[in-house]
Design a protein around this ligand. Structure first.
Ligand SMILES: *Cc1c(COP(=O)(O)O)cnc(C)c1O
Length: 387
């Protein structure tokens, strides 16, 4: 979790610079009034440099980032996009907004997409795979990248929850064709609302940049009102206040991830001898952001009881087991109204079985000394009641 815990004077100082240099809140134009202050542009540049990426584009949210990614890759009506059953509903919403069809694949013990189950989902209509690094743990992206290569599919990484994580030497969000990030208030770094795309190819970047800005090509030969355009688009532009906050937050990303990893290890050390729990699997070569500590308990009843005991001890859970309806495709019957066809033709029993016996503890950058002890106490109490 997160950036909101470390918001402070650095963010305020960045915002003050905007007001000290003319108060221009729009990312484009007003070149004389703003006296060189371009916060969104600078945020994009520094984000790109941090992640060693080719191109970056700031947008209004993580959901917008996914929508812009699909537009830039030319994905639309008649196309299918494969994604995982365990993700935030936004991943599916973006696909539906693009007029394409989401096709879900079950997860494995990593709680991310099972690479072994992808090929059976590929049809002639499949154009892309959106993988999700759910709750900070990298998916098995090496295997998925090979599948994309073999079938000539685009690979989008929904990195909303993987900001600062790595697979091998590469940052999450820089491995596929496009990586999308969210800076909403619950994410690793935050701008209140906001998002970013990291893009490999220059021509895809150009399409994304234009599409997120009504088709504007920002042609340097013309003023903005005479600008050239070759496509339609929409408005998903980030504004200067968000860019300013993002610049300050980005400087804190390494320390946030390090603190989360340290705190997660501290909690895990205190319970890893309990034989009735099993940790979420972490793929080899991956460096997780440790957004949450997730473990499997014997069954759903145990998981719910565990949550009750944790809550009584002042420890929250994050999504699992209590709130997976927002994050599990098998429960999204409300989307059928939009898609006019049922997306949940299957029950995704494998995903359901894993998710319903998982318990997720949110990891904070600040951790009270009592927490590891109370966590252990709650788990042991649940086990004793269960016996
Ligand atoms: C948060 C999130 C999003 C959406 O990001 P917003 O900035 O809230 O629109 C998309 N995908 C996943 C996996 C997320 O967790």
């Amino acid at each position: 979790m997160p950036g909101y815990e470390v918001i402070g004077n650095e963010e305020l100082a960045q915002i003050k610079e905007i007001f000290d240099s003319g108060g221009i809140l729009f990312r484009h134009g007003f070149d004389e009034q703003r006296r060189g202050c371009y916060k969104v542009k600078q945020f994009e540049t520094e984000f790109c440099r941090f992640f060693k990426a080719n191109h970056s584009l700031a947008v209004t949210s993580g959901t917008a980032a996914l929508r812009v990614a699909l537009a830039a890759l030319g994905i639309g009506a008649g196309d299918e996009v494969i994604t995982q059953t365990f993700t935030f509903v936004a991943t599916a919403e973006a696909i539906i907004e693009a007029n394409a069809t989401p096709v879900f694949a079950d997860i494995n013990n990593t709680l991310n997409i099972d690479p072994k189950l992808i090929e059976s989902r590929i049809t002639k209509k499949t154009k892309a795979i959106i993988v999700v690094h759910m709750l900070g743990v990298p998916c098995e992206i090496d295997k998925i990248k090979s599948i994309c290569k073999k079938y000539n599919l685009f690979l989008i990484e929904d990195t909303a929850w993987g900001c600062g994580g790595r697979f091998g030497d590469e940052y999450l969000g820089t491995i596929g064709d496009i990586g999308t990030f969210s800076f909403d208030f619950a994410k690793t770094i935050t701008t209140g609302e906001g998002g970013m795309l990291l893009i490999k190819e220059k021509n895809i970047f150009n399409l994304a940049s234009a599409w997120h800005d009504h088709g504007h090509e920002n042609n340097p030969s013309f003023p903005r009102w005479e600008d050239t355009r070759s496509s339609s688009g929409f408005n998903f532009r980030m504004m200067e206040l968000q860019g300013a906050v993002g610049l300050a937050q980005l400087k804190k990303l390494n320390s946030i991830v390090e603190l989360q990893r340290k705190n997660k290890a501290l909690l895990w050390e205190n319970i890893n001898d309990l034989e009735f729990i099993e940790p979420r699997e972490i793929p080899k070569n991956s460096y997780e952001t440790a957004d949450a500590l997730i473990f499997f308990v014997p069954n759903k009843t145990f998981a719910l009881e565990c949550r009750k005991n944790l809550t009584q001890n002042g420890i929250g859970t994050k999504i699992l087991p209590e709130a997976y309806t927002w994050h599990f495709a098998g429960s999204w019957t409300h989307l059928d109204k939009v898609t006019k066809q049922s997306l949940c033709t299957e029950t995704f029993i494998k995903s359901h079985n894993l998710l319903s016996k998982a318990v997720s503890i949110p990891i904070s950058t600040k951790i009270n000394k009592e927490i590891p002890i109370l966590l252990r106490k709650s788990l042991i109490k649940t086990f004793q009641e269960y016996k």
